[in-house]
Write a protein that binds this ligand. Structure first.
Ligand code: 2AM
Length: 176
């Protein structure tokens, strides 16, 4: 029997958006501001699932495949810091309805399957810096990144060789 995997559903960012975010981060945050999330790992989590067995994963994938929802645009125009979880993040001042609906659906399906459910409400964000040791001065969000979200992805999270890696295991297209 295969080992359970640590899984989450997320939105993948386009390459050019990831590169632009990394450049913006390097310009605005000093080296002691926290641990930068690797460019390849920048994503927006929809539903964190925790450790999932192969059997449960199959059921979750079947349910994800039944989601019929139109795509939407994501407009990253906000940045913030959570002092308790020591994260600096990017997000949207106004989350698109499609994003909330998609996350709600995936989280409800996960809850019905008995997966771990975060006790905190869904706060859509892209973690940029982790383990921030102190409050940082947040630059005025002069950035303005938008992209079309046309699919969502199931990722596996693995800590190997001292590095965190996210591997896309499956993806589903949102209806256009
Ligand atoms: P974070 O970026 O706010 O830390 C992979 O670990 C993804 O799942 C990350 O985006 C992370 O959110 C999220 N995640 C990890 N553990 C979680 C938990 N216990 N509850 C909710 N989300 C979690």
């Amino acid at each position: 029997m295969s080992e359970p995997k640590r899984l989450f559903f997320a939105i993948e960012l386009p390459d050019e958006t990831r590169q632009a975010i990394v450049r913006w981060r390097a310009e605005h945050f000093a080296g002691d501001a926290g641990r930068p999330v690797a460019a390849a790992n920048l994503h927006l989590t929809l539903a964190f699932l925790g450790e999932v067995s192969a059997e449960k994963r199959k059921a979750l994938e079947a349910m994800a495949g039944r989601i019929t929802q139109p795509g939407f645009n994501l407009h990253l125009d906000d940045a913030g810091q959570w002092l308790r979880s020591r994260v600096v993040w990017l997000g949207c001042r106004q989350s698109p309805r499609g994003l909330i609906q998609l996350a709600d659906m995936l989280r409800a399906q996960a809850a019905r399957s008995g997966c771990y459910q975060s006790p905190t409400p869904f706060h859509p964000h892209i973690s940029l810096l982790r383990e921030t040791p102190h409050a940082v001065a947040l630059p005025a969000p002069g950035f303005n990144w938008s992209f079309a979200v046309t699919e969502f992805v199931l990722y596996e999270s693995q800590f190997t060789g001292g590095r965190l890696r996210y591997t896309a295991l499956n993806r589903w297209t949102l209806k256009t």
